[in-house]
Design a protein around this ligand. Structure first.
Ligand code: ATP
Length: 349
C-alpha cells in the first residue's frame, strides 16, 4: 500500500534517515519504534508528504508519490503539534476536514452533522460535540484528533506518538481502543512510538529504528523472541548482557557452560544476552552455577532478584510462588542455570 524505497534525509551534515526501505501492507497497523532521534518522525513526515526525501522514492498504491503534496495523498494524520483548534467546538474540529476537502463536492450541512455524530460515536464521545477542547481530558482530546483525522476517510492513517503525554491508565485504554478500531474498520496505519510495550501490544508489525536505519521489521513475537541485532535485543526489554568466552560452539558465562548454535564456529570474547525470565534459579542443593542473592525487588506478581554468579551480576525474574518456594533472601546461596541464551560473537556496543 505504501512503500518507502531507499529513502534518505539529511539536515545539513546530519543524516536523519539512511537508505530506509519499508513496505506497509493494506490493512496492517505498523509501529515505528526506536529511541529519541532515531528518525521515526522524519520517516512519518515523509510518508505524509509534510517533508520530502533527498533520495529514494515513496510509492502509494502502486503509483509514485515521492513529490505528491499531502492533500493529494489521501492520508489522515495526527501529529503532536497539529493540536485541536481551541476556538472551535469538538464537532467543528471533527467537521473541519470534511468542509475543506479538496477536489470533492462539499457535503451538505446535514450530511456533515450526521458524519460528525457517527465519528464521535466511533471514538466514544457521543454527546460531547458542543464542548470546547479545553473542557475535555487529555485522552478525550486525543480521540477528537483521531476522529478529525478519520473524517476524511483516509486510505492511510499516520500517527505520531498518539498517546504521548497521557497517564498510564488512559494510554492503556486508548491503545486497546485503537486496536479494536483498527480491527473493526480494517484501517491501514503507521504510528510512531518509543514505548516498546505500546508497539508490541498494538501493532501487527513493528519496525525497529536506530540512528536513521531500520534494525528489524517483524511481528511483535519476531521482534521480541528473535531479535536480529544486539540493539533490538536491548531495546525490547530488560536484558542481561554478559561477557562470554566462545570456543567453537561452547560458551562460558560466569562459570556456566552453555552450548548454542549462535556464535558457532567463532572463538574469542563476545556478549550473551539473556532475558531475566530465562534465568533459572534453583535451591542450593541442585545443579548449576553457584550464585548469591544480592537484592530482591517485589514488583506485584513478579520478583526481580539481583544475583552474583562467578563474579558477574545478573538479574533474574521469578514468580511470587517461586520466590516463596525458594525462600529467597539477600545473601542466600542458590544455583543458577541459563535456559536460553542468544550469543553475539562480537561485542558490538
Ligand atoms: P523523538 O522520539 O525524539 O521524536 P524521532 O525518532 O522521531 O525522535 P526525528 O524527529 O525523526 O526522531 O529526528 C531524527 C533526527 O533528525 C534528530 O536528531 C533530529 O534532531 C534531527 N532533525 C529532525 N528534524 C530536523 C530539522 N528540521 N532540522 C534539523 N535536524 C532535524
Amino acid at each position: 500500500m505504501i512503500v518507502a524505497d531507499g529513502v534518505s534525509k539529511r539536515f545539513g551534515a546530519f543524516t536523519a534517515l539512511d537508505h530506509v526501505s519499508l513496505s506497509v501492507p493494506r490493512g496492517k497497523l505498523v509501529a515505528l519504534l526506536g529511541p529519541s532521534g532515531s528518525g521515526k518522525t522524519t520517516l512519518l513526515r515523509i510518508l505524509a508528504g509534510l517533508d520530502f526525501a533527498d533520495q529514494g522514492r515513496i510509492v502509494l498504491d502502486g503509483a509514485d508519490a515521492t513529490t505528491l503534496p499531502t492533500r493529494d495523498r489521501g492520508v489522515g494524520f495526527v501529529f503532536q503539534h497539529y493540536a485541536l483548534f481551541r476556538h472551535m467546538t469538538v464537532a467543528e474540529n471533527v467537521a473541519f476536514g470534511l468542509s475543506v476537502r479538496k477536489g470533492r463536492a462539499r457535503p451538505s450541512k446535514t450530511a456533515i452533522a450526521a458524519k460528525v455524530e457517527e465519528l464521535l460515536g466511533l471514538v466514544q464521545l457521543s454527546g460531547l460535540g458542543r464542548r470546547y477542547p479545553a473542557q475535555l481530558s487529555g485522552g478525550q482530546r486525543q480521540r477528537v484528533a483521531l476522529a478529525r483525522a478519520l473524517a476524511v476517510e483516509p486510505r492511510l492513517l499516520l500517527l505520531d506518538e498518539p498517546f504521548g503525554a497521557l497517564d498510564a491508565q488512559v494510554r492503556k485504554d486508548l491503545r486497546r481502543w485503537l486496536r479494536s478500531l483498527h480491527e473493526d474498520m480494517g484501517l491501514t496505519g503507521v504510528f510512531v512510538t518509543h514505548d516498546q510495550e505500546e508497539a508490541l501490544e498494538v501493532a501487527d508489525e513493528v519496525v525497529v529504528m536506530n540512528k536513521g536505519r531500520i534494525e528489524q521489521v517483524g511481528t511483535p513475537s519476531d521482534i521480541y523472541d528473535r531479535p536480529a541485532t544486539p540493539f533490538v535485543y536491548r531495546f525490547l526489554g530488560n536484558v542481561n548482557a554478559l561477557p562470554v568466552i566462545l570456543d567453537h560452539g561452547r560458551a562460558e558465562i560466569a562459570g556456566l557452560v552453555l552450548t548454542s548454535s549462535c556464535g558457532m564456529g567463532h572463538s574469542g570474547p563476545g556478549t550473551a544476552f539473556i532475558r531475566p525470565h530465562d534465568v533459572d534459579v534453583r535451591p542450593a542443593s541442585s545443579e548449576g552455577g553457584v550464585g548469591h542473592v544480592r537484592h530482591l525487588n517485589v514488583l506485584g506478581p513478579v520478583v526481580r532478584a539481583e544475583l552474583v554468579v562467578g563474579g558477574v551480576t545478573l538479574e533474574a525474574e521469578l514468580t511470587r510462588e517461586q520466590h516463596e518456594r525458594l525462600a529467597l533472601a539477600p545473601g542466600a546461596e542458590v544455583r543458577v542455570m541459563v535456559r536460553a541464551a542468544k550469543l553475539f560473537p562480537v561485542d558490538v556496543e
